[in-house]
Write a protein that binds this ligand. Structure first.
Ligand code: SAM
Length: 304
């Protein structure tokens, strides 16, 4: 499998080490898990996994995240996983909830929630208090969301099946919103290599249009002063900085700088092709696979 020339050219407009990016796009990702503190004590699970032969290394910016040295069988086939004591989750995917930082009493919307990696992470950060509305448009994916909520012992979450665009009509105002938006997935080519073949600029533009509608809907049901975290597993500016730029221009939201302990992040791009975005877009985080051996991700923290 090979990355498209046009894709490489676009990325070389953003970064200098595009060869490194190309190399990491096809490397296997380290296995990582989150210890689900709703069901188990962190130290007990660490001990159990060590006794079974796994070596664990803590994720630097998140105390419940661990990178594993995989043994001969998959972590998803362990009793600890079946019982919901652990949740297999890629390190970059742990970032958006850490940035949103939901607290015990918060009213939270997870607008595009299935299969629930970030919903279950937020529920544990909230100690099963407050409330999360976990929304997913597609019924088939809702099944996985519900089963993960159940497996992980999540009690503070309501699952809804709406098109996220319609949240603007919902008479609830949320303290915090996560919009982990549907995207073309060019940051996770190492997990789904066919994306290298199927990605096109047209696909990113279609995704961008939907993402703008979803972010507009999210902002309309966010409290004044509330925080919205927008994330994608795409590296395309149309799906990232352009969407944030639209939110600043149309709704006057402000962008806040993201910092993560011992984890390299790069600034959002301000110029791409013929497009120029607000300088503040620099405060968004681009996560490149070659920097921390993770998938590629984009995360923005916005305040209304
Ligand atoms: C990136 S995935 C979310 C991953 C999830 N946040 C997690 O961490 O497990 C985006 C999700 O948005 C859903 N989706 C697509 N269009 C949607 C829409 N219009 N409204 C709500 N959800 C939508 C997709 O089916 C998909 O499950």
């Amino acid at each position: 499998m090979k990355l498209k020339d046009v894709w490489i050219e676009r990325q070389s407009e953003i970064i200098e080490d595009v060869d490194e990016l190309e190399k990491h796009m096809f490397l296997e990702l380290p296995v990582s898990v989150r210890i689900n503190t709703l069901k188990a004590k962190r130290n007990e699970i660490i001990k159990r996994l060590k006794q079974k032969g796994w070596k664990l290394k803590q994720v630097p910016f998140y105390k419940d995240g661990f990178i594993l040295k995989e043994r001969e069988y998959a972590i998803g086939n362990t009793l600890e996983h079946f019982l919901g004591y652990i949740y297999k989750q890629e390190v970059a995917s742990m970032i958006p909830p850490v940035v949103l930082n939901p607290k015990e009493g918060d009213v939270v919307l997870d607008m595009a929630a299935a299969p629930g990696s970030k919903t279950t992470q937020m529920a544990q950060m909230m100690k099963n208090k407050g409330v999360i509305v976990a929304n997913e448009r597609y019924l088939q994916r809702m099944i996985a969301l519900r089963s993960n909520l159940q497996r992980c012992g999540v009690m503070n979450t309501i699952a809804t099946g709406m098109d996220g665009k319609w949240f603007k009509k919902v008479p609830i105002k949320f303290d915090k919103i996560l919009l982990d938006a549907p995207c073309t997935g060019t940051g996770i080519i190492m997990k789904s290599p066919h994306t290298a073949k199927t990605w096109s600029l047209r696909a990113s533009i279609i995704a961008s249009n939907l993402q703008k509608q979803l972010i507009a809907s999210a902002i309309s049901c966010l409290k004044e002063g509330g925080v919205l975290v927008y994330s994608t597993c795409s590296l395309e500016p149309e799906e990232n900085e352009e969407v944030v730029n639209y939110a600043i221009k149309k709704f006057g939201v402000s962008v806040e700088r993201i910092r993560l302990k011992d984890f390299k992040i790069r600034n959002g791009v301000v110029r791409f092709g013929k497009k120029t975005f607000f300088e503040d877009v620099k405060k968004c985080a681009r996560i490149y696979p070659q920097d921390n051996k993770t998938s590629g991700f984009f995360v923005a923290k916005l305040r209304k």
